[in-house]
Design a protein around this ligand. Sequence first.
Ligand code: AMP
Length: 543
Amino acid sequence: MTVLEPLSLDGFVPYPAETAARYRAAGFWTDQTLPEPLFATVARVPGKTAIVAGETSLTYAELGDRILRIAAGLRHLGVGRGDRVVVHLPNIPEFIAFVYAFWELGAIPVFAPAAHRRTEIEHFVEVTEARVYVTVARHDGADLAALAAELKATWPSLEHTVVLDADGGGADLDRLLAHDPLPHERRSLPGDVALLQLSGGTTGQPKLIPHTSETYLHSVRASIPLCGITEDSVQLTAVPLCHSMSVRSPGFLSVLSAGGTVVLAHNGSPDTVFPLIQRHRVTQSSIVPPLLLAWLNSSLKERYDLSSLESLHVGGARLSIEAARRVRPELDVILQQGFGMAEGLVNYNRFDVDEETSVRCQGRPISPGDELLIVDDSGQAVPPGVPGHLLTRGPSTIRGYFRNPEENARSFTPDGFYRTGDIVERDENGYLAVVGRSKDQINRGGEKVAPEEVENLILGHEGVHDVSVVGIPDAILGERVKAFVIPRAEADPATLKLAAIRKFLRDRGLASYKLPDALDVVAEFPQTAVGKVSKRLQRVPQN
Ligand code: AMP
């Protein structure tokens, strides 16, 4: 076998050598690449069901075979180690098959949310110099086949597009599957960059988060016991597959290495998922608070047998204590709150915490290697019970965004701590409660929106003199997106109505969850004492 040298990739911020050595010596980082735990399961329980989606069901042997055929087809196209590729798929089995196929080759998938549109996807292709774009022909009314053709014509790096039917399948897939399976073997190293996830961020376009097999699998291995994942687990994935909670916390990587079953759903509404829970005897699901509220408030829960559900993992956004209290009595499951970030750090409440901690806290770090600083505005550590800014460093947390030195100077301290932008309170037992946020970011039910990205696009409207975008409180989503617009003197008011601005943004290819939910046309913005726009005052609900 050829001996592989470490992958060198410009724009990746490495860990200091002594830190990496320490993480390996401690067993946080192991000699494993992302596809290896799955192929160990394929060898162990080939006949077990790995994935269910609609009427499709794949055993581990079938999944392994698909991955290796797709990998062979991609290799035939010239795809190999270190190549960046954009995977832009909804919750279909091909998402999982393609990312494993790319990992098998040592290629680096960008996990693009299916809701993303031209503006975001083009940014990923440009920054990563992607060679391949994989998508579905249509999604939520958008013509992604046309987008694929347009991107290929525009970006010289993009040599191949794979366009699947809306529900997966199709001629492009058949062409790849026609290849004989590649032998499963190591074609990358555990320390190579293996994937690029996205950060909602606060400024401009989404930032790219480079994980290696070492950083990612550390999180997966820690999640498996803490979330109770076993060979008997049947996990329902109802939030987009690209999110950390669907991939690694605990996600399909955990379930597929344990030998359980992943059930995919296109969305998390009760009428979609309750029948799936009943039919497949689902034991666990990871969801965002608005979905939990929808489940709690649905009368359908009496109509379906949900008794197989053992635990619900809830995170991504703030869950109210009132909603948390309802989970056990109304759904008869263990509520496991989690608080994490694609940048790395993950916290879970342990299953045995007392009732108060389970409803008030969002967990404690999953790794003994995680270092947390909770500090006041002047950087001094605060005692337990006092809110402070959370900074973190550890074996799952990146040291920098991909190809983004300016943002890295802002978001990371010189000694490698990531400034999360979250304000947390730690109790005497080390459990964290997320009590606020210092970053200018909107958390719309778990989907993150950077106000500046939306503002920059609205500023391109000919009738707009100035704009400010903020998150306003919302009973279900936690926050919604609101735009305040100061018109130009000559502007036609009809072009500045909410529907018109939403269409304007959609036409520019912005993901729909980032579109303003509300809009006010105003003469001026409220100001802070130092003359800046007071977003705090704009967030206060107006009557
Ligand atoms: P993402 O990288 O998209 O997972 O977003 C990470 C951010 O989501 C965190 O930095 C928090 O601001 C927020 N977040 C995640 N989980 C929670 C939670 N349980 N409660 C409050 N905010 C959360």
